[in-house]
Design a protein around this ligand. Structure first.
Ligand code: HEM
Length: 211
């Protein structure tokens, strides 16, 4: 099968729809704000602003939950490039592992190798949302689970560990994701802009064989 290569110049294709891009930025900005508020609240420990900043953290957590649910549904009901199928490439993963190198060609839609990291990131986000809502209920008696878990203070000790572990994994993903985008930019491939404009650029004259 012939696949076009991603390139710096050449033909743009409209690939990522507006709702996919919107959910990306709701998720990305929520995560940046959640990292910032968690660190800020820790540094304000026992101070007059601690409670306020944790409340802010919880409200931003609801925004992440909404972004994540939207993305989850869009992965089922959205166009081809938004479907979960577009993030699922076991044949490419196996082939890359066997040859110990990244695929040379690129297809319209999500990068097949990066998709592995995205699926992992969505798993971590789900863990963060579940443990975060549990912590909001058991530690602060607030949020949608407060009626059910509000009277279980011991739950805080159970959920704190996984929430902090997930935080570390999320930092790792964000670092890797940004480094990969800078790497593509440095190689002259206009990848990063596709989550803003929705367009991907392909060098149609230099199409390569990819099996
Ligand atoms: C810092 C927080 C960020 C997080 C947590 C994040 C998370 C993600 C996730 C989960 C996906 C998969 C999207 C999907 O489900 O369709 C994705 C894809 C993508 N992100 Fe981000 N992102 C962040 C920042 C950025 C920034 C700053 C840019 C560049 C402007 C960017 C550009 C992209 C692009 C171009 C893709 C699609 C790449 C491809 O597979 O071809 N992201 N990001």
């Amino acid at each position: 099968m012939r696949h076009p290569t991603l390139s710096h110049s050449s033909t743009p294709r409209r690939v990522f729809d507006p709702l996919l891009r919107l959910s990306h930025w709701v998720v990305a900005l929520s995560i940046v704000a959640l990292i910032a508020t968690s660190q800020l609240a820790d540094s304000f420990e026992h101070g007059p602003y601690e409670q306020f900043v944790w409340n802010l953290h919880i409200v931003i957590g609801y925004t992440l939950t909404a972004g994540l649910l939207t993305r989850l549904l869009w992965g089922v009901a959205g166009p081809a490039s938004a479907r979960w199928r577009d993030l699922w490439h076991p044949a490419v993963w196996k082939d890359s592992l066997r040859k110990m190198r990244l695929p040379a060609a690129h297809r319209p839609g999500h990068d097949p190798i990066a998709s592995l990291a995205y699926l992992f990131a969505y798993g971590v986000m789900a863990l963060m949302v579940v443990t975060g809502l549990g912590l909001a209920a058991s530690e602060f008696q607030t949020g949608p689970l407060a009626g059910w878990l509000g009277g279980m203070p011991w739950l805080e000790d159970v959920l704190e560990g996984p929430h902090e572990f997930g935080f570390g994994l999320m930092l790792g993903f964000v670092g890797l994701h940004l480094a990969a985008l800078v790497f593509h930019q440095w190689r002259g491939e206009r990848v990063a802009q596709s989550m803003v404009t929705g367009k991907q650029y392909f060098n149609v004259e230099r199409e390569v064989q990819h099996d």
